[in-house]
Design a protein around this ligand. Structure first.
Ligand SMILES: CC(C)(COP(=O)(O)OP(=O)(O)OC[C@H]1O[C@@H](n2cnc3c(N)ncnc32)[C@H](O)[C@@H]1OP(=O)(O)O)[C@@H](O)C(=O)NCCC(=O)NCCS
Length: 215
């Protein structure tokens, strides 16, 4: 009973987040509600990072950017990540690798085809916008030994932290060990390999400060 109540509340939250739900005919609302319930019970059985988890991520990632797709994707990550706040919006094609190392705050938007590879921890703050095709990768292939193929040399990795109120624009790449300060903006196409100070705008390859936000 308590579980049903909680699931119902989650449903109401979705309706608040996706106002279009209110104008759906009752039969469609009921269908969506059943689909959400059905998926939720599946999500609860999935271990983040398992084969089944990745299969589900891929299946949900192919659903459209309106209707049930965003709701189910948000619910999937909210249910299975170690930490995921409320009001997550996920477009199609978003892919997480090593999801058990990914934490997400409240009110986060992940645009289409965002890819996050979290061999080490990735922490995303509150009110964060991540644009289309952004790549966040905590790892590098090791390549110091010329006598061993790179593919066999393993990886090094370092955590990435993205502060509150950050906007990472389209096609940017965030490399290992980077800390993106609160309130900063990463311009389209930037390759960020060093920490970004709070409230700065960085751009270019490698990314440099191009302006201070609000000045
Ligand atoms: C970063 C950004 C927001 C800055 O916009 P802005 O505040 O209007 O800044 P300006 O256009 O005045 O540019 C300021 C300086 O940064 C440079 N710059 C702007 N965007 C840049 C980029 N993507 N890469 C490198 N340099 C950039 C400009 O050339 C300018 O340099 P200059 O003063 O030497 O001429 C914008 O350029 C951008 O990248 N937008 C991303 C759009 C996007 O990806 N949308 C998807 C939605 S999530």
């Amino acid at each position: 009973m308590e579980r049903e109540f909680r699931e119902r509340n989650e449903m109401i939250d979705f309706e608040k987040r996706f106002p279009g739900m209110n104008i759906l005919p009752p039969a469609e609302l009921r269908r969506q509600s059943c689909e959400i319930d059905r998926h939720l019970s599946k999500f609860r059985k999935l271990a983040a990072g398992s084969i089944e988890w990745h299969e589900m991520q891929q299946e949900l990632g192919m659903m459209a950017s309106a209707g049930l797709g965003p709701k189910l994707r948000a619910l999937f990550y909210e249910t299975t990540l170690p930490k995921c706040g409320k009001d997550l919006y996920v477009y199609p094609g978003v892919t997480f690798y090593f999801p058990y190392n990914i934490s997400i705050g409240d009110n986060v938007y992940l645009n289409k085809n965002v890819s996050i590879t979290a061999r080490d921890e990735v922490t995303i703050g509150n009110n964060v916008l991540i644009g289309p095709n952004v790549v966040i990768n905590t790892g590098n292939h090791t390549f110091s030994d010329r006598d061993i193929p790179i593919v066999k040399q393993g990886h090094t990795s370092e955590k990435i932290v993205i502060g509150d109120d950050v906007w990472i624009a389209a096609n940017a790449i965030i490399l290992k060990g980077v800390n993106i300060g609160e309130g900063s903006v990463v311009a389209a196409g930037a390759v960020v390999n060093k920490d970004v100070p709070p409230y700065t705008v960085v751009g270019g390859v490698p990314a440099k400060i191009i302006k201070i936000r609000g000045e």
